[in-house]
Design a protein around this ligand. Structure first.
Ligand code: WTA
Length: 647
């Protein structure tokens, strides 16, 4: 790697092997982004070619309008590498949490036949094109099979992360009105069995789910509801191993994935068939420089967008072998992730800054050495800003200064990576995501909508033609779609809700969210959602949740709670934690719960979260005259001080 003023460029040797190594790809794509994407789309298989590349009817738009496609045909029988060539090659390598248990390897052909059997079984249960199917599964091969089987039929999958609580699952199933849910008996997490079926059972009340398909994984004892519950094994074993692909319109719905916004209610991001397939394929191929012999490992769970695009669809479309790991990267030993890289000779490793900081803190130097990671060729980061120290550690200790490090910015809404360096071009600049991907127009605007000069922070936006994989709507909530993305700067500019700035070369650095979303260990949660969960507790009068910086997790929630005093402080704190676990799950528990008498408010009654944040960081509070109750500030200060000194 060549270093230049704190930038790095790929080595000549790397450049030679890279699929894309000439800078002019940016200029060419910028000349006519629609043409660029159309050229890209031609590499995929379409039952019928599209009539128009991009149709804009603000704030709505379409890509490859009139085209007909199925993503699974592009993964299997019409894979761009040729099905005959890849059919007996390993697609999915599954590494169980328990190292004593044997790994599983499924070839493209195995996977194809398995998804067809499951598609046929789903059909028999009455699942048709357009029907929504819930997927609530751990990281096991059947989760991939379930997603692809839905796509084969044109059914809309909606995956819910297995660590979400029954209540979270229920809210999503109520919104998407799925008739079928696919789950497992249980799964392993840090040596313990999690009873997932029990969670699923609890979630089904007041939903439209008629059939619950259960995959046998942990063989734990589960409750069974005759007539509703069926074993995956039983319904698939006698099915035919071929099922024709449904010819989907490019703009037909492919999947719904819920994510957090500024309110308590999660939003169902709608992604469509054609644009998503094109973007997933190209970004995976170019950004990870995927070649036939690569072993790709994206550590993201399928329950998140990164899991959809880069732990499933992207690598499959590129015909590579990829890893799915059931467990936690530091279990049962801190270097489990290194052992996996070593065991399979991983070439491309894609993970989140929280994991990187965690590895660093473990003192990974003790177990990192040149030999163990020698197969690595590209490193990736995603999900939250990567600070310079973590970047340098990842680049130097894991990548041995030889691997291009691509810091990839995108969102559940964008469906695929939009801002990053390309590995064969660079530059790789610590803490900077880099340039917009070829064919993407991003800008940083000030409050008035004027482009910001270099180094000035503003709001990150996308300009037409956006991206083929940008969301087409929020399921059953058009108002929210318009208000969230298309009102800040009008209906022709997509507002990302991220703040960013550019350097003189135009490389973009993401600063963080400007709304109420916080990224806790890379997981997207909203403070509004947490507040709604806490407020559901009877003894709570009101509360405010804010995000505070955390060394490892990036950000963590802190809650300020006013309660009626009927319980002991420790009891109410414990109950608040239990309440969040129940309403959301264990993914975003507050680091601190402060019990306060009142919250700082404006005269119109708005809670001033900004002041709470400043109280925690010790920043100057500024002018308090807009508060209706400035006297509460001193009291909160004392509570923060005493809680922190308690440990
Ligand atoms: C943040 C995850 C800095 C950002 C793919 C965005 C990042 C939100 C990066 C979306 C990055 C994602 N650098 N921040 N490389 N990637 N983010 O929907 O705030 O879970 O808006 O999608 O994560 O989170 P989501």
């Amino acid at each position: 790697m060549k270093e230049k003023e704190n930038f790095y460029y790929p080595s000549e040797e790397f450049k030679k092997r890279a699929l894309i190594n000439k800078k002019d790809v940016y200029a060419q794509a910028a000349k006519n982004p629609v043409k660029f994407w159309e050229k890209m789309a031609k590499e995929l298989f379409w039952f019928k070619k599209w009539k128009k590349g991009f149709v804009h009817n603000p704030p709505y738009f379409q890509w490859f309008s009139g085209g007909r496609i199925n993503i699974t045909s592009n993964i299997f029988e019409n894979n761009s590498l040729g099905f005959e060539r890849i059919k007996n090659k390993v697609a999915l390598i599954w590494e169980p949490e328990n190292e004593e248990e044997k790994e599983k390897k499924l070839t493209y052909y195995d996977l194809f036949r398995e998804i067809c059997r499951f598609s046929n079984a789903l059909k028999k249960l009455g699942v048709k094109k357009g029907d929504r199917v819930g997927i609530y599964l751990p990281m096991i091969p059947e989760a991939t099979v379930a997603m692809l089987a839905c796509a084969r039929l044109g059914a809309v999958h909606s995956v819910v992360f297995s660590a979400f609580s029954p209540r979270s699952l229920q809210v999503r199933l109520q919104d998407n009105e799925a008739k079928v849910l696919i789950t497992a008996d249980g799964y392993y997490r840090r040596g313990q069995i999690v009873d997932l079926k029990k969670n699923a059972d609890q979630a089904l009340d007041q939903t439209k789910v008629e059939k619950l398909i259960v995959v046998k994984r942990a063989k734990n004892k589960i409750a069974w509801q005759e007539g509703r519950d069926v074993w995956y094994e039983d319904i698939t074993k006698d099915e035919e191993d071929f099922c024709p692909a449904e010819e989907m319109d490019s703009e037909d719905m492919h999947f719904i994935l819920y994510t957090s916004g500024s309110t308590g209610k999660p939003k169902g991001c709608v992604h469509t068939c054609g644009g998503y397939a094109v973007q997933a394929y190209y970004t995976a191929k170019w950004i990870f420089d995927l070649k036939e012999d690569d072993i790709f490992w994206s550590t993201a769970d399928l329950g998140w967008i990164t899991g959809h695009t880069y732990s499933c669809y992207g690598p499959l479309l590129c015909g590579v072998s990829f890893i799915m790991f059931e467990g936690a990267p530091d279990f049962p030993v801190p270097d489990r992730w290194v052992r996996i890289i070593e065991k399979y000779g991983v070439t491309t490793f894609y993970t989140a800054p929280t994991a990187i900081r965690m590895f660093e803190q473990m003192g990974a130097e003790k177990f990192l050495n040149d030999k163990r990671m020698k197969t690595l060729q590209i490193l990736g980061s995603v999900g939250e800003p990567i600070d310079e120290a973590a970047w340098q550690w990842y680049f130097k200790e894991v990548g041995r200064e030889k691997c291009p490090l691509v810091d990839t910015w995108w969102q559940t809404e964008t469906g695929g990576i939009l801002i990053t360096a390309l590995p064969g071009i660079g530059p790789f600049k610590p803490a900077f995501a880099g340039l917009p991907f070829p064919g993407i127009k991003a800008e940083i605007l000030d409050e008035q909508g004027k482009p910001c000069p270099p180094d000035k922070q503003g709001n990150l936006v996308l300009l037409p033609p956006f991206s083929p994989s940008l969301l087409r709507g929020i399921y059953k909530n058009d108002e929210k779609y318009k208000e969230t993305y298309w009102s800040r700067y009008g209906d022709k500019i997509y507002f990302t809700s991220d703040s960013a700035y550019k350097d003189k070369e135009g490389l973009i650095r993401i600063v963080g969210r400007v709304d109420d979303v916080i990224k806790v260990a890379g997981h997207r949660v909203s403070t509004g959602e947490l507040e709604a969960a806490i407020n559901a507790h009877q003894e709570i009068t009101e509360c405010a949740v804010i995000g505070v910086a955390d060394k490892i997790k990036g950000e963590v929630p802190a809650a300020f709670v006013v309660y009626n005093g009927s319980l002991l402080p420790q009891d109410i704190k414990d109950q608040i934690i239990a309440q969040i676990k129940k309403e959301i799950g264990p993914i975003a528990l507050p680091k601190e719960v402060y019990l306060v008498k009142d919250l700082p408010k404006t005269r119109s009654g708005k809670i001033m979260r900004r002041i709470l944040k400043k109280l925690l960081t010790g920043e100057d509070l500024g002018d308090l005259s807009t508060l209706s109750n400035p006297e509460v500030v001193e009291g909160i200060k004392k509570i923060i001080g005493s809680d922190n000194s308690d440990g």
